[in-house]
Design a protein around this ligand. Structure first.
Ligand SMILES: Cc1cc2nc3c(=O)[nH]c(=O)nc-3n(C[C@H](O)[C@H](O)[C@H](O)COP(=O)(O)OP(=O)(O)OC[C@H]3O[C@@H](n4cnc5c(N)ncnc54)[C@H](O)[C@@H]3O)c2cc1C
Length: 360
């Protein structure tokens, strides 16, 4: 079988040898893909979209990888004036957002510029600028590898939380095949997120047209280094490397007084800004942390890989930074990207990993 690498399937461009993946372009080919995986004696494949939120192991992956390339959006107008838009899992999220803006449909405008596929968006409840896919998720269809049937899951059954879902918590069990969002043919909800209000030059509570909000989000993401630019020196990245940690009210008061941004997430949980803690640990935009892992030029919380960096180099940096922050503050930072493939326990970016790089 032809060999390739996990690196070729991920935006970090890290990760070792794999067999040529199965690429699903036509939804009708799904049963054949299931048969192939089962015929190889595997429980399920490793499913990837655009690989913008994964760290591929240096040793690669021994099993089948399925890359979701299915595309297309179908629309159903509802009697209540809302529109149900169903996108295939491999459809780029940015294309769904652009389509909605062109149709003057609101609900996903703040997700503009988030790389990756629509099918991956519910996996970590992708979100930005105060909006997340869970806010508009009506239902999705997913293949349940445990029972071998296609299931339709209403939004609530997906248990979407801050960067979390039932899919993230049971890796290998579900493959999302379609995602249906409920959009509104009205102006977006009032803009409440401060950087977006400033970008729009609008007053708090303004309700500009959808396309204007989308453009403002893209402009703001560009300014803050939140767009994936293949020509940038920080092209090899996965966006934020740590989740914003949950904090107690006492911790929130303490760190907020010290200058740390603290917000309440959509579940009412207080969260502190992970980037602020990294700065406390000596990181800053453009900082070279090791020979081949750096903070991006625009943003402390985005680390980029350079030169001959390996996945282990990258995850060891994450572990070392998290340890440094924990030692100084008792705050535990958890990685946002998912480690995929076959990892040696020493290299994993989680408790149990033991090897440490020397940080500069
Ligand atoms: C520059 C940059 C900016 C980013 N900004 C944001 C942001 O603002 N907000 C945000 O939430 N994220 C952000 N991200 C992270 C990333 O874009 C999102 O998590 C995105 O949803 C990942 O999509 P993907 O197709 O690349 O998923 P992949 O990286 O391919 O996969 C991610 C995870 O989902 C699983 N998966 C993928 N497809 C499916 C499927 N169809 N069914 C079941 N499981 C699946 C994979 O196995 C893996 O565990 C950013 C990343 C980058 C590089």
């Amino acid at each position: 079988m032809p060999r390739t690498t996990l690196a070729s399937l991920t935006t970090l461009r890290l990760g070792g040898p794999i067999d040529e993946p199965l690429r699903l372009s036509d939804p009708a080919d799904w049963p054949e893909l299931v048969q192939t995986v089962r015929g190889r004696g595997e429980f399920s494949p490793l499913v990837l979209g655009h690989g913008s939120n994964v760290i591929g192991a240096d040793s690669g992956h021994a099993g089948t990888i399925a890359v979701m390339n299915t595309r297309g959006i179908s629309v159903k107008k509802q009697a209540d004036g809302t529109v149900l838009a169903t996108a295939q899992a491999g459809h780029p999220l940015t294309d769904l957002v652009a389509w909605a803006a062109a149709e003057q449909l609101s609900g996903v405008e703040c997700l503009a510029g988030i790389p990756g596929t629509v099918g991956a968006a519910p996996v970590q409840n992708a979100g930005a600028y105060g909006q997340q896919i869970g806010d508009v998720l009506d239902h999705l269809t997913a293949w349940d590898w445990e029972s071998g049937v296609l299931r339709t899951l209403p939004g609530r059954a997906c248990r979407l939380r801050y960067r979390d879902s039932r899919f993230k918590n049971s890796p290998g069990r579900w493959t999302v095949l379609t995602v249906t969002v409920r959009l509104l043919r009205t102006p977006p909800a009032p803009v409440r997120y401060r950087p977006l209000i400033d970008e729009l030059g609008a007053g708090a509570g303004a309700t500009p047209p959808v396309a204007e909000v989308t453009a403002a989000v893209l402009a703001n993401r560009h300014r803050r280094g939140l767009l994936l630019d293949p020509h940038s020196p920080d092209a090899r990245q996965v966006g934020s490397v740590f989740l914003n940690p949950a904090v107690t009210a006492v911790q929130a008061e303490r760190w907020s007084a010290a200058g740390c941004p603290v917000h309440t997430d959509s579940d009412g949980q207080l969260r502190a800004g992970a980037g602020w803690f990294l700065e406390l640990a000596g990181c800053h935009p453009g900082r070279r942390i090791t020979e081949n892992v750096r903070c991006s030029e625009a943003r402390t919380l985005t680390l980029s890989a350079h030169g001959d960096a390996t996945a282990s180099d990258f995850t060891r940096v994450l572990t070392a930074l998290a340890e440094r922050v924990e030692a100084a503050t008792s705050i535990t930072l958890r990685p946002e990207p998912v480690a995929v493939g076959t990892w040696l326990v020493n290299d994993r970016c989680e408790p149990g990993g033991r090897q440490r790089p020397t940080l500069r």
